[in-house]
Design a binder for this molecule. Structure first.
Ligand SMILES: [Zn+2]
Length: 124
């Protein structure tokens, strides 16, 4: 593939963020703007990706560990999804639990319809 055929996008960085990057380039933390952007995106991705760990799946709930809040969170699947930490039917914990095949497959077998980490419908 020729260099010109590669997909690329142009992003504008300005204001305080640009001042911060310029300062870090001056301190030789980053080699250049591309390095700064690549590094920051990778850090955010890693943080998000490793936020939830150590999960267990039970009959009516999943237990997950939230590394950001440093606590164990139970997400229940009874009348509908419910997070005991957030006291809500939809949050990051519910969406993470609903991304786990071990959680989703038994619910689907019971007639729940789950798409993109959300319950679309469930048996009445
Ligand atoms: Zn929650």
């Amino acid at each position: 593939m020729a260099e010109d055929d590669k997909k690329r996008v142009t992003v504008t960085i300005q204001g305080e963020v640009l001042e911060w990057i310029d300062q870090k380039i001056g301190e030789r933390v980053f080699h250049n703007y591309q390095h700064a952007v690549d590094y920051c995106l990778m850090k955010v991705y890693q943080e998000e990706y490793t936020r939830f760990t150590h999960y267990n799946v039970y009959d009516d709930h999943a237990t997950i560990y939230d590394n950001l809040k440093k606590r164990i969170v139970d997400v229940y699947f009874r009348e509908g999804p419910y997070c005991e930490a957030c006291e809500k039917p939809d949050c990051d914990h519910v969406r993470f639990a609903l991304s786990l095949p071990k959680v989703v497959e038994p619910l689907r077998a019971k007639g729940w319809v789950i798409m993109d980490g959300r319950v679309v419908s469930k048996p009445t």
